[in-house]
Design a protein around this ligand. Structure first.
Ligand code: MSP
Length: 519
């Protein structure tokens, strides 16, 4: 058994509709996962829903449903959403599942027995909306709180706390010694700045049942449920435990189940998260793992936030992008392409409808789509769809693009990888214009030259399918099918020049991205 390349997304709050922020994070993770699969690695991608907490309890109440029924109904919506995105996930966690619950309780028991928690009374200002205590420092200049906190009340209650003081030093050293741990580096600097300039306060890991009962009960005190973030972060190891990951089972002293095949998953190779939840993943989560006796994830990939038309997305103003509507109208690959091509992983992005449509027409319809369409149509027209003998005029261009795209993918530079791939799209389109096969076809003496040109174009299309598979899996598969290939272009190694066999009959040609009038 060898360790799988393990990737995770944040798990989305189940209350609220899936939007492009959620879609983006999943697509980024999916591209990274598929890139690894394409390189021949065994991969495991985990995504899911965060279902406990006050907001869910309140939302369920407002709909007159039990929290479990409310979550079950919404899980259907979310699961169909990830299907729509073409996510190649291997498991889907719901934090209300017993397999998650039981392991969270095991973690809590173990940490409690080892003395990491203590009980204390706390009196303070509390944001009901964000389920967090605030301090005086959170007040604005006029003494009020940002409306984003919702209603802020005074609350006094007993709770369990996680001792963090002893962990600040090693965490700083770890982040300094592992520059690859947080990507991009400005997010790493942000975390280091925070850790170097603040004394870490102990983390409250419980909520009294009297105030909130929709959560995982503390195994050592039935008057409390687990703080939703402690519960949610644990999913990254509870699911490996459910898959009998030996490292996790051993650290948590859990008996394995011989009935389930064991997978080696932990440590995660990449955890993809948004910038807003960086502190949870770069501070609390590493400390939780350390006290569990587990290694830290190899890398946190931290992405920025999307706006629409330069404004924060908000349902109340109607300034939203409905990912499902875009996918239904334009296709999932057009959606995946825009999100990855428009925004580098790291900074904030801005969705514009005009920008989306412009990229669709220029880069997908006129760029890639036109290349494949005219190359294969000419092959049908001039050679009855039969691949001519090999030629290697575009071999150096494709090799250069393959290497460059691979280097970008290895560095999480997904946008740059697409830019590189499009240099090949453009080069091949330029090759059509330069070699003018439609003119060559008129002169029987040029038949050998026409053979060369048509082979080069078809083979460039094939290699493009291989390079595009992590990004646009459906389109890549369609290019292969149009080339008459009955395999999936999911092996990076097959981007080597010359894979297309002479004599093969290609399939019917169908436009990949029909041109659309701009609205
Ligand atoms: N449930 C927590 C995560 C727990 S992970 C152990 C949560 N859920 S969320 O639904 O609010 O957000 C899920 C992910 O979506 C986060 O990584 C967040 O950054 C991302 N996004 C939410 N809105 C976004 C945008 N507008 N743009 C890009 N990503 C955004 O936080």
């Amino acid at each position: 058994m060898s360790k799988r390349f393990y990737l995770t997304t944040a798990i989305d709050y189940v209350n609220g509709q899936p939007h492009i922020g959620h879609a983006y994070e999943k697509i980024v993770t999916d591209v990274l996962a598929r890139a690894q699969r394409s390189r021949g690695r065994e991969v495991f991608l985990l995504t899911g829903n965060d279902e406990h907490g006050q907001k869910v309890q309140q939302a369920a109440q407002a709909e007159g449903k039990s929290p479990q029924t409310y979550c079950d109904d919404l899980a259907v919506v979310w699961k169909s959403f990830v299907g729509k995105l073409g996510l190649s996930h291997d498991d889907y966690v719901r934090t209300t599942e017993a397999r998650h619950w039981q392991v969270v309780q095991a973690i809590l028991s173990q940490l409690h027995a080892a003395g990491h928690f203590y009980k204390a009374a706390y009196r303070g200002l509390y944001s009901t909306k964000e389920e967090t205590f605030l301090t005086e420092k959170d007040r604005r200049a006029d003494g009020t709180f940002d409306p984003a906190w919702g209603e802020v009340i005074e609350l006094s209650e007993d709770n369990y706390y996680f001792r963090l003081a002893a962990h600040q030093g090693w965490l700083i050293e770890y982040i300094e010694a592992h520059p690859e741990f947080i990507y991009p580096d400005y997010r790493r600097n942000e975390v280091l700045g925070f850790l170097q300039n603040h004394v870490l306060e102990d983390l409250c890991i419980s909520r009294p049942v009297a105030r909130l009962n929709w959560g995982i009960p503390l195994p050592f005190d039935a008057n409390f449920v687990t703080y939703v973030w402690f519960d949610a972060l644990s999913n990254y190891v509870t699911i490996p435990a459910a898959h009998q990951d030996p490292l996790v089972l051993k650290a948590l002293n859990l008996a394995g189940s011989p009935a389930t095949p064991a997978l080696e998953l932990w440590p995660a190779d990449i955890e993809v998260v948004g910038k807003d939840i960086l502190k949870f993943h770069a501070v609390y989560w590493p400390i939780m793992l350390k006290v569990m006796g587990l290694p830290l994830p190899r890398q946190l990939v931290v992405h920025g936030w999307w706006q629409k038309e330069g404004q924060k997305m908000s349902k109340s103003t109607g300034n939203v992008v409905d990912p499902i509507a875009v996918i239904d109208s334009w296709g999932v690959d057009a959606f995946r392409y825009y999100l990855i091509r428009e925004l580098e992983v790291g900074p904030d992005g801005n969705w514009t409808d005009v920008g989306f449509q412009a990229r669709y027409n220029a880069e997908l319809a006129n760029g890639l789509g036109n290349l494949v369409n005219r190359s294969l149509s000419m092959l049908h027209r001039y050679r009855q769809g039969i691949i001519p003998k090999r030629s290697d005029e575009l071999a150096a261009d494709t090799a250069r693009t393959t290497l460059a795209a691979q280097a970008c993918l290895d560095q999480n530079e997904l946008q740059a990888a697409l830019v590189r791939i499009w240099t090949l799209v453009n080069r091949a389109n330029q090759y059509v214009d330069q070699t003018a096969p439609f003119k060559l076809a008129k002169d029987p003496a040029q038949a050998p030259r026409l053979d060369e040109v048509l082979y080069n174009l078809a083979e460039a299309c094939r290699i493009l399918a291989v390079l595009l598979w992590p990004f646009l899996p459906g389109t890549a598969a369609r290019i292969y099918a149009q080339l008459g290939l009955d395999t999936v272009p999911d092996r990076w190694a097959s981007a080597a020049w010359g894979g297309l066999e002479p004599g093969r009959i290609i399939g019917p040609v169908v436009p990949l991205f029909p041109r659309r009038d701009l609205k």
